[in-house]
Design a protein around this ligand. Structure first.
Ligand code: HEM
Ligand SMILES: *[C@@H]1O[C@H](CO)[C@@H](O)[C@H](O)[C@H]1NC(C)=O
Ligand SMILES: *[C@@H]1O[C@H](CO)[C@@H](O)[C@H](O)[C@H]1NC(C)=O
Ligand SMILES: *[C@@H]1O[C@H](CO)[C@@H](O)[C@H](O)[C@H]1NC(C)=O
Ligand SMILES: *[C@@H]1O[C@H](CO)[C@@H](O)[C@H](O)[C@H]1NC(C)=O
Ligand SMILES: *[C@@H]1O[C@H](CO)[C@@H](O)[C@H](O)[C@H]1NC(C)=O
Ligand SMILES: *[C@@H]1O[C@H](CO)[C@@H](O)[C@H](O)[C@H]1NC(C)=O
Ligand SMILES: *[C@@H]1O[C@H](CO)[C@@H](O)[C@H](O)[C@H]1NC(C)=O
Length: 329
């Protein structure tokens, strides 16, 4: 008994050290000799994509988030179904929802044309996320690099590890904590809902009969409720889209937090950050709402924290030549 506890403790310490060591291997200058222009190559493709699709930046950062929460930031989300792969693209949080794979392929082609076999798909997602934010008016940061790509996917993990908009703040906090992210990270990263869209099916439970009460969610402002009921009729298909940020839908700014203070958060999980009385998240929302630079500074740091989740480094994994499949398959 004692010795099994002792060996658990030793194994935990060892695992923690390993995690730190692999984080420590990520570096802003990882491609300085092998692909010095990696950031501008990615940035150029994202910039072009934004000209024809104002939503694409939001879609790209979400890909990085849904990658990192499942087996770490290892591009597992990009693998298609095959004999050995049950794709994460078919997991509940991703199916008929996650997008941007064509732009990822365009970025990969541009990288292969300049630096063949060098830049991982996992790093591509981290760089595309940064470009998406900075090109939309948000902060810039120095992206840490050196991740490698997985040989496997984890569809079951994607079903259970990615937060759902219907679970409460306590459960979502646990899911962040499970990947080493704290309450400040949760609030800052939720600020990514300052751009992009959500389908009616992800929030319509709030509009008519919330939790079986027969009434809408009381934390939804009445004017916003009227607007959303028009976008999402009671028996509609659920696939109509609403802006996550009603005030500045495509800009990366701190208006998301002001929306929460005005009971204009779109998802239940958004509004709970502000409306859960006594929660530690409330004062962080107030800070970010009143001080955009505090939000930007926290957001950049929390993106780095999220990007550090269990990367494959060294000789683990591989550099995929096609982000959709394992090399040689
Ligand atoms: C805190 C828990 C979170 C929950 C419950 C959540 C949930 C959702 C849901 C339900 C959607 C709409 C999907 C659809 O209708 O197809 C969405 C969209 C989005 N999420 Fe989150 N999210 C969370 C955190 C994050 C984080 C950490 C990021 C990035 C750092 C992020 C970035 C986005 C973006 C940018 C969109 C819009 C995507 C697009 O327009 O294609 N979310 N999220
Ligand atoms: C890097 O990109 C810059 C600007 O896009 C370009 O002028 C330069 O030639 C590129 N350098 C290399 C080594 O490709
Ligand atoms: C994940 O969820 C999807 C959609 O609900 C389901 O079809 C799939 O079987 C689940 N996969 C695993 C491995 O649990
Ligand atoms: C929250 O997590 C608990 C324990 O995992 C689970 O039983 C419960 O269903 C979750 N609640 C929601 C709303 O998802
Ligand atoms: C709301 O949902 C509850 C539980 O599902 C149901 O019993 C009730 O009849 C519904 N109320 C209305 C007004 O639809
Ligand atoms: C929606 O569908 C339900 C059940 O089919 C029906 O009772 C209700 O009247 C419909 N509501 C609207 C607004 O069409
Ligand atoms: C806003 O936040 C920044 C960054 O954390 C801080 O330096 C500045 O003092 C804050 N401004 C105010 C008015 O509190
Ligand atoms: C607001 O957030 C910034 C950045 O995280 C932090 O430095 C500052 O202490 C916070 N201010 C308050 C009043 O919580």
């Amino acid at each position: 008994m004692c010795s099994s506890i002792a060996s658990f403790v030793v194994a935990t310490i060892f695992a923690t050290l390993m995690l730190r060591e692999s984080n420590a291997q990520l570096s802003a200058t990882f491609y300085a000799n092998t692909c010095p222009n990696v950031s501008s190559i990615v940035n150029n493709v994202v910039q072009n994509a934004l000209q024809s699709d104002s939503r694409i930046g939001a879609s790209l950062i979400r890909l990085h988030f849904h990658d990192c929460f499942v087996n770490g930031c290892d591009a597992s989300i990009l693998l298609d179904n095959s004999a050995n792969i049950q794709s994460e693209k078919d997991a509940a949080p991703n199916t008929n929802s996650i997008r941007g794979f064509d732009v990822v392929d365009n970025i990969k082609t541009a990288l292969e044309n300049s630096c063949q076999g060098v830049v991982s798909c996992a790093d591509l997602l981290a760089l595309a996320a940064e470009s998406s934010v900075s090109l939309s008016g948000g902060p810039s940061w120095s992206v840490l690099l050196g991740r490698r790509d997985s040989l496997t996917a984890n569809q079951g993990g994607a079903n259970t590890s990615i937060p759902s908009p219907f679970e409460g703040l306590t459960n979502i906090t646990s899911k962040f904590s499970a990947v080493g992210l704290d309450t400040n990270d949760l609030v800052a990263l939720s600020g990514a809902h300052t751009f992009g869209r959500a389908q009616c099916r992800t929030f319509s439970n709030r509009l008519y009969n919330f939790s079986g009460t027969g009434n809408p969610d009381p934390t939804l402002s009445s004017s916003y409720l009227t607007t959303l009921q028009q976008t999402c009729p009671q028996n509609g298909s659920g696939t109509a889209l609403a802006n996550l940020d009603l005030t500045t839908p495509d800009n990366f700014d701190n208006s998301y937090f002001t929306n929460l203070q005005n009971n204009q958060g779109l998802l239940q999980s958004d509004q709970e950050l502000f409306s859960t009385s006594g929660a530690a998240t409330v004062s962080i929302v107030n800070n970010f709402s009143s001080n955009q630079s505090a939000f930007f500074q926290s957001f950049a740091q929390s993106m780095i924290n999220m990007g550090n989740i269990s990367p494959l480094t060294g000789s683990n994994g591989e550099i995929r030549s096609d982000c959709k499949k394992v090399n040689g398959s």
